[in-house]
Design a protein around this ligand. Structure first.
Ligand code: MG
Ligand code: MG
Length: 259
């Protein structure tokens, strides 16, 4: 598995792309309130991306199982929807959690990030799900550093989510990112034989999109008839947090920060 090591100059370009993604998601965190449609959130995302002179990476992505290419600059996945939800006329309601995923390309380099937003009054179980999923990403951020194996990071992520009684999605995982949105390696948020056989030694200059997806119930998922929307097999809620990270001398820098 060849994982590209990025130069200081390339990391500057990745940081600039990541900043645009962070700006989109920060804005959508403010806009995702009761009564707003996910189509409106997508429209705001389009505007922020256009104003930055960037390209929306998700729009036009082909999928052999779907009738249409992905139509939007964001994925908006509500409640039991895990990832790849298509924005539309559905209005957010109090008690919903909505996972917004966004990717852009700027000057040839990519950024990818996701956040789960709580709308209005959230029941305690969903609130716990969102907190644990955010913490699972935070654990990856604090544990990722040169000289460590990815399986050691993934194990800590899995233990945190499963320790809370939740399921870690298996079919969708993190990834390398650079000139393309999806590059080697694959970064599972759990440990299995395949990862241990083909583990990744982390090195300075690697750029990783780390993205735990955590379910209240079963880790199993299925894809809806539109060919895109991934939902939990048991209909219980799911949350998703993602950052693009650059491995530094002794840790990581978050490329897609919303601060
Ligand atoms: Mg993403
Ligand atoms: Mg990603």
């Amino acid at each position: 598995m060849a994982v590209t090591i990025r130069s200081k100059r390339e990391i500057e370009l990745l940081r600039a792309a990541g900043e645009v993604v962070g700006r989109v998601l920060k804005r959508l965190e403010e806009e995702a309130v009761e009564g707003v449609t996910t189509a409106r959130l997508a429209q705001i995302s389009d505007e922020v991306i256009k104003d930055a002179g960037a390209i929306a990476l998700f729009k036009g992505v082909e999928n052999p199982d779907a009738k249409m290419a992905f139509p939007s600059s964001i994925c908006a996945s509500i409640n039991e929807q895990v990832v790849h939800g298509i924005p539309g006329q559905r209005k957010l309601r109090s008690g919903d959690i909505v996972s917004i995923d966004c990717g852009v390309k700027l000057n040839g380099y990519c950024g990818d990030s996701a956040v789960t937003i709580m709308v209005g009054q959230i029941d305690p179980e969903k609130e716990k799900l969102v907190r644990i999923t955010r913490e699972t990403l935070e654990i990856a951020i604090s544990e990722t550093r040169p000289g460590r194996y990815w399986s050691d990071v993934a194990r800590k992520m899995q233990e945190h989510a499963e320790g809370a009684g939740f399921g870690v999605v298996r079919e969708y995982v993190g990834h390398g990112i650079g000139r393309k949105m999806h590059e080697d390696p694959k970064l599972p948020n759990f440990v299995n034989k395949e990862l241990l056989r083909n583990d990744l030694l982390l090195r300075k200059g690697m750029i990783l999109a780390v993205e735990p997806m955590v379910n209240i119930g079963t880790h199993r998922t299925r894809v809806e008839a539109d060919g895109w929307t991934v939902v939990t097999a048991d209909g219980k809620a799911s949350a998703h947090f993602e950052h693009t990270l650059a491995i530094t001398e002794n840790g990581v820098e978050i490329m897609t920060s919303r601060e």
